[in-house]
Design a protein around this ligand. Structure first.
Ligand SMILES: NC(=O)c1ccc[n+]([C@@H]2O[C@H](COP(=O)([O-])OP(=O)(O)OC[C@H]3O[C@@H](n4cnc5c(N)ncnc54)[C@H](OP(=O)(O)O)[C@@H]3O)[C@@H](O)[C@H]2O)c1
Length: 225
């Protein structure tokens, strides 16, 4: 597949200074303000990311079964969720959020039939690509051809990022570094024995771009939580 046959794919993540994407409080306002940079046609959100959203969600009502509004001026992106296992059963909530105009569930031959039925009844587009897990190479080509998606911003955890990166499907990585060290990282510069603890807050001294694409960030350690 050539680059022109798939959408432009950007991973956008908030990380702690020791490279974690969980275990600290990212500045959501800053993260989402930057998320508009690419004017994405679709947001790809991992099922693991949605399953980590703390509930409870509101009860489902008749709105869940209404088709999306057909307004030509609606420029909001589409929401795309790879969910071969049919674990996302709160599409009524996702549809009620103001960020996306319509939803697409990426399913496979392994997705339970009753889940396909669940999605169709709620007017969530079903795209089947792959036997067991989602085949992203095919999925991206299909999203481009059938939904005119040219740019996708990925809001995923390490798993989705890893699958896309290893498949050679990522064009850009965007990282917003939070001024803290998140506890409990087995591989980071900050390891701690036992259970994961709180974060260590940092204050920026200086950030400088260096030769050969290096970035030098100096932080002052402000507070150990
Ligand atoms: N700091 C940040 O910027 C940031 C951003 C987003 C998320 N997060 C955090 O990341 C955590 C979730 O991360 P996660 O890694 O558990 O989940 P995730 O990356 O959000 O979701 C995993 C996704 O990968 C798919 N997948 C897994 N194995 C696959 C394979 N072999 N082939 C194709 N697709 C595959 C899954 O699809 P199936 O359902 O089909 O298996 C699922 O959609 C949450 O705590 C969330 O808050 C942080």
């Amino acid at each position: 597949m050539t680059a022109s046959e798939k959408p432009y794919v950007v991973l956008h993540n908030a990380v702690s200074a020791n490279g974690r994407i969980t275990g600290f409080e990212a500045d959501q306002a800053l993260y989402y303000a930057l998320a508009g940079t690419w004017h994405e046609d679709a947001t790809l959100v991992g099922s693991g990311t949605f399953l980590a959203v703390p509930g409870p969600f509101p009860e489902e009502d008749h709105h869940a079964f209404e088709p999306p509004f057909e307004i030509g001026t609606d420029n909001r992106p589409l929401l795309v969720v790879p969910d071969s296992g049919g674990r996302i059963r709160f599409w009524h909530y996702l549809k009620s959020l103001p960020f996306w105009r319509e939803g697409i569930a990426l399913c496979t031959g392994a997705t339970p039939a009753d889940h396909i039925d669940y999605l169709e009844k709620r007017h969530v587009h079903v795209v089947r690509v792959g036997e067991d897990r989602v085949d992203f190479s095919r999925a991206l080509a299909l999203l481009r051809d059938e939904f005119s998606i040219r740019t996708i911003r990925v809001d995923g955890g390490g798993t989705l990022n890893g699958v896309l990166l290893r498949a050679g499907l990522v064009d850009e990585i965007s990282i917003v570094v939070s001024p803290c060290l998140a506890g409990g990282n087995p591989d980071g510069i900050f390891r701690e024995p036992g259970v994961s603890a709180g974060t260590i807050t940092l204050e920026l001294i200086e950030a400088r771009a260096l030769e050969n694409d290096h970035v030098w960030i100096r932080y002052r350690v402000a507070k150990c939580a």
